[in-house]
Design a protein around this ligand. Sequence first.
Ligand code: ADP
Length: 246
Amino acid sequence: MNPLIQINDLSAGYNKIPVIRHVNLKIFSNDFIGVIGPNGGGKTTLLKVISGLLQPLSGSIEFDDELSGKKSIGYLPQIKNIDKKFPITVFDVVRSGLMLNRGKENSANEKQKVTKILEESGIAGISKKAIGELSGGQMQRVFLCRALISNPKILLLDEPDTFVDNTFEGELYERLQSLNEKMAIILVSHDVSSISGHVKTIACMNGGLHYHPENQITQEQLDNYNCPIRLVTHAVRRKTTKNFGA
Ligand code: ADP
């Protein structure tokens, strides 16, 4: 089986200064990789390179023919970076996920697709709301719809479990298990304990990338991978906020 994406000795960063260096990674169609690492370790930068938002400074990234352009990659960015003052409705945010298909679909088809995915995700009732009116959990649901609407072959998720209630978190991981039957998933999280039961393998990102071909990892292995994060138990996880449902 060929990888969907092959990253070779890749360095990438900003203003010509690399923040991730000499990264090697193969992504296969049934992968579910949890990317962990300290703040500033380059997790988001890696997702930006994979999604094509950022070009490598050196090295290469190869896409399999099966990935017919960027529309085969769905990306859920960190919602804390989204400008909530931007005057756009939920419907149009989700519709913008079809932008790369433009010209291939007529407007009626697009509207039908948006309505369908909003209904499937249980948020049809908020379709006319402006994004500034949404709770954190609702924002995550909306941007997940946007990432999924083009039926991607790879789904990139940047901390999808922040600002969400326990119910959404449970639903999210259940949905990801089922989506993983038809797409590869790369999930960035700062909380290794909460994702290790759901992902298949782990990539530790701290400037360089260390691939760990299992979903359980010990503190000693994290230290060996130069990945200075502490394993925490679920009992001391951050507070979640309740009642974020649509
Ligand atoms: P992580 O997702 O692991 O927290 P990031 O990929 O967001 O890490 O950031 C890695 C490094 O790149 C950090 O030092 C950050 O300050 C820097 N960085 C991120 N985005 C930009 C940008 N747009 N311009 C300049 N530096 C950036």
